[in-house]
Design a protein around this ligand. Structure first.
Ligand SMILES: Cc1cc2nc3c(=O)[nH]c(=O)nc-3n(C[C@H](O)[C@H](O)[C@H](O)COP(=O)(O)OP(=O)(O)OC[C@H]3O[C@@H](n4cnc5c(N)ncnc54)[C@H](O)[C@@H]3O)c2cc1C
Length: 142
């Protein structure tokens, strides 16, 4: 593809198909291990309705070495509550206090999947390898 060849700054050693959370995290890890990465995504539009809405403690621990947790937490609600309507009574419950002693992230983190993808894609872009920026089907990368 014409725009594809001008988009990659160096030959890709790792091709990641899919710019969802898994693909983007994989691309970051491969990049941080020294690989030249290219991410392709068949969706043309960045926005899509969120499926995932919660980041769990372990996910944040896994993502932490990639340097993205601060930005993820900045976009997340780490003390979500819900109002339970019990007849005429409304009871507010805390959803996220997990009281886990052995993690830096002892809470649920409510965040849209789209925001997770935005943070991970930005982290790739910040690493200065434009080949890692998701290359969307039918779109010029410029
Ligand atoms: C109702 C629901 C609720 C959920 N809630 C949570 C939650 O609260 N917390 C949580 O952690 N997880 C949750 N999940 C699971 C979460 O959505 C998935 O684990 C997550 O989306 C997986 O990410 P992924 O990158 O593997 O896949 P996806 O998010 O599906 O991303 C895959 C990407 O690859 C692209 N793609 C596929 N094939 C190709 C190809 N051949 N070429 C180019 N691009 C391609 C797709 O367009 C897509 O953008 C939920 C799932 C559902 C259905």
């Amino acid at each position: 593809m014409e725009h594809g060849s001008s988009f990659v700054t160096r030959p890709a050693e790792v091709l990641v198909a899919g710019a969802g959370p898994a693909g983007l995290a994989l691309a970051l890890q491969a990049h941080d291990h020294g690989a030249a990465v290219r991410v392709i995504e068949r969706r043309q539009e960045v926005f899509r309705p969120s499926r995932a809405l919660i980041l769990h403690s372990r996910t944040l621990e896994v993502l932490r070495p990639l340097g993205v947790t601060q930005e993820l937490l900045a976009r997340a609600d780490i003390a979500p509550t819900a109002d339970l309507h019990l007849g005429r009574r409304v009871v507010r419950v805390q959803l996220a206090d997990l009281a886990l002693p052995d993690t830096a992230f002892p809470h649920l983190s409510l965040i849209r999947q789209m925001d997770v993808e935005t943070v991970l894609a930005q982290a790739l872009a910040d690493r200065g390898d434009r080949g890692g920026t998701p290359h969307r089907a039918g779109r010029s990368a410029r």
